[in-house]
Design a protein around this ligand. Structure first.
Ligand code: SF4
Length: 277
């Protein structure tokens, strides 16, 4: 079976940076180091990090004495204040691309703009983004949600960094029609763009696509959905044991991609199994 591995598969810069910062904090400060919520959406990598001394806490869990690393998704200003009060040390590993959106929201909000965020309700990055809006803020997910918004003069639109590009384009178009003075910012991360484009292309070249990553990872799920939309057989797996060996054995070519939180070693383990089919 021919295996085509996507170039953009796996860890993005922001997640890689957060993991490196957490491990460096363990090296500098000793075990354990806490993270406010899981550092990445990948159970296998989280287990590995836990063995190295990086412990993930629930969002509202009390912070034990010790250093806390803020993950790539970022947190609200209120959470940051709470961490600074409770933790012995706060290390900020918010992805610079997410911090940039925080700054834009803060800047526009304090100038009297309402903020419309295109994102997934409850996603930690979105919770963080909403926290930076000091005035009115609205969360939407689809182009038709624009019609449900109140009339507004000063308004900006931003996207969660891992939103689907086609959906955000449609939302932006509707936003521009409805809010003539509104401003739509382009905040989808290039890493997300590259991964989505590549899986679209891969789907046209192979008979099946294996997407590796946490079942709770929105960007990984989106890659799987894109492959399905492109009309190819697709599987979303977290580890090699989940591969449907029999079904894959019937294919002559398979593409492999992975979400932003998937480590290279896990991708290699999956490819090793595929190579033996
Ligand atoms: S997907 Fe992009 S914005 Fe999100 S953490 Fe990775 S590099 Fe940062």
């Amino acid at each position: 079976m021919k295996i085509v591995l996507a170039n953009a598969a796996g860890f993005c810069m922001g997640v890689r940076m957060a993991v490196d910062i957490a491990l460096k904090t363990v090296a500098d400060e000793g075990k354990p180091v806490y993270t406010c919520g899981p550092l990445i959406h990948n159970p296998q990598e989280l287990e590995r990090l836990e063995r190295e001394g990086v412990i993930s806490l629930g969002d509202s869990e009390r912070i034990p004495a010790g250093p806390v690393v803020i993950r790539a998704h970022g947190v609200t200003p209120e959470t940051l204040e709470r961490l600074e009060r409770e933790a012995t040390l706060v290390v900020d590993a918010t992805c610079p691309k997410v911090s940039k959106i925080h700054d834009r929201i803060k800047e526009f909000s304090s100038a009297g703009y309402a903020v419309v965020i295109a994102g997934d309700e409850g996603h930690p990055e979105v919770v963080g983004l909403l926290g930076y809006a000091s005035g009115d803020a609205y969360l939407i997910n689809a182009p038709e949600d624009i019609d449900k918004l109140p009339d507004m003069e000063k308004v900006i639109l931003v996207a969660q960094t891992t939103q689907d590009e086609e959906n955000y384009d449609a939302i932006s178009e509707r936003f521009a029609e409805r809010f003539l003075k509104g401003e739509a910012l382009s905040t989808i991360c290039k890493a997300t763009h590259r991964r989505q484009e590549e899986v679209r292309r891969l789907a046209g070249e192979v008979e099946g696509v294996v997407v590796i990553g946490g079942k709770n990872s929105a960007n990984t799920r989106r890659l799987y959905e894109i492959a399905v939309e492109e009309g190819v057989k697709a599987w979303h797996v977290e580890k090699p044991e989940e591969l449907p060996i029999k079904e894959l054995g019937a294919l002559s070519s398979v593409g492999v991609t992975a979400g932003a939180s998937t480590r290279l070693w896990l991708i290699h383990e999956v490819v090793d199994v595929l190579e033996k089919i």
